[in-house]
Design a protein around this ligand. Structure first.
Ligand code: CP
Ligand code: NVA
Length: 298
C-alpha cells in the first residue's frame, strides 16, 4: 500500500490491517500510551472544499504521533492559480512526507499520486471518501464485532460515500443494498464491482429490510449546491425515518458521515436515537487516519 486513493485499490487484508491498527491507536490514546512514530514528519493538507472533521482529525492525529500538518487552502497556493498538479506533487515531495487532498475530481488525486514520491491520501473527492468509510467500518466492527456477513444499506444519493461503501464492503464479505432515485445511482464501475453482493433498487423499504447498518448522506454534496432543491424533491422518499428503521434487523446501526441535514436525509428522531453511533463514527476518523498515516508515512 503506497497511497490511499480509493477503497477499490485496497484488498480485504489491507482494510483489516488498517482497522486493527486503528483499534490499537484508539486503545493507546485512551490509555495514555504515547506512540510518536511520525516524529519530525509533515503532512501537507490541500483543501479545495470545506471540512470540519477531516481537517481537525488529520491535524490532531499527526500531532499525537509527533508530526505536524500544514493546512493549504487550494485558493492560497499556486495550484489555485493554475500551477500544474505534476509540479505541485514534485515540489511538495521535496518538503513534506505525505499529502492529504480534498478536491473535486478523482483523476486529480490520481494524477497527484502518480507524480508524488510520497504517499497521497484522498480526503474526499466527488467519487470517493475512503477515510470516512474506513472509520465507518471500524465503528460497525466495534458495535457488531464483525464485518463479514453484515448487511449494510445506503439510502439517497449514489455519491462518494455510496461508492466507497460498496467498494469496501464487498471486499470484507458484506452485502450491500442501495436505494436511490432513478438517475442517482452509484458509479457504473462500482456497480460492476458489487456483483452479486450488491442489490440496487429504487425502493428504500427493500434496501433497509434485514439491514444491520443503514447509511445515509446529504442529498446535495459539496459542489452540487445549485441542484439542491431538485434533489430534495426527488430524494424525499428516501429519507431515513423510524418507519424504515423498523424494517431493519434488531440492533441495526445508523451511520452518517456528517455534516447532517436533520429533517432532510434523516429525521431528527432517528438521528437522536443513533447519535452515539454517529459521533463514534466521527471520532473514529481520528484513529483510522492515524493508522493510515502510520502505515503510509511511518
Ligand atoms: N465527514 C467528513 O468528511 O466531514 P468534513 O467534511 O467535516 O471533513
Ligand atoms: N457526500 C458529501 C460528504 C461530506 C463529508 C459531500 O461530498 O459533500
Amino acid at each position: 500500500m503506497k497511497h490511499l486513493l480509493k477503497m477499490a485499490d485496497l484488498s480485504g487484508e489491507e482494510i483489516i490491517k488498517i482497522l486493527d491498527l486503528a483499534d490499537q491507536m484508539k486503545y493507546n490514546l485512551k490509555n495514555g500510551i504515547e506512540h510518536r512514530i511520525l516524529e519530525g514528519k509533515s503532512l501537507a493538507m490541500i483543501f479545495s472544499k470545506s471540512s470540519t472533521r477531516t481537517r481537525v482529525s488529520f491535524e490532531v492525529g499527526i500531532g499525537q504521533m509527533g508530526g505536524r500538518a500544514l493546512f493549504l487552502s487550494s485558493n492560497d497556493i499556486q495550484l489555485g492559480r493554475g500551477e500544474s498538479i505534476e509540479d505541485t506533487a514534485k515540489v511538495l515531495s521535496r518538503y513534506v512526507d505525505g499529502i492529504m487532498i480534498r478536491t473535486f475530481k478523482q483523476s486529480d488525486v490520481e494524477e497527484l499520486a502518480q507524480h508524488a514520491s510520497i504517499p497521497v491520501i484522498n480526503g474526499l473527492t466527488d467519487h470517493a471518501h475512503p477515510c470516512q468509510i474506513l472509520a465507518d467500518f471500524m465503528t460497525i466492527r466495534e458495535y457488531h464485532s464483525t464485518l463479514n456477513g453484515q448487511t449494510v444499506a445506503f439510502l439517497g444519493d449514489g455519491n462518494n460515500m455510496c461508492n466507497s461503501l460498496i467498494a469496501g464492503a464487498v471486499k470484507l464479505g458484506m452485502k450491500v443494498r442501495v436505494a436511490t432515485p432513478k438517475g442517482y445511482e452509484p458509479c457504473p464501475n462500482i456497480i460492476s464491482m458489487g456483483g452479486n453482493d450488491l442489490l440496487l433498487t429504487n425502493d428504500p423499504r427493500e434496501a433497509v429490510s434485514g439491514a444491520d447498518a443503514v447509511f445515509t448522506d446529504v442529498w446535495a454534496s459539496m459542489g452540487q449546491e445549485s441542484e439542491a432543491e431538485e434533489r430534495k424533491a426527488k430524494m424525499l422518499p428516501f429519507q431515513l425515518n423510524s418507519e424504515l428503521m423498523s424494517l431493519t434487523n434488531p440492533g441495526a446501526m445508523v451511520q452518517h458521515c456528517l455534516p447532517a441535514h436533520k429533517g432532510e436525509e434523516i429525521t431528527l428522531d432517528v438521528f437522536n436515537a443513533h447519535a452515539d453511533e454517529i459521533y463514534d463514527e466521527a471520532e473514529n476518523r481520528l484513529h483510522v487516519q492515524k493508522a493510515v498515516m502510520a502505515i503510509l508515512m511511518g
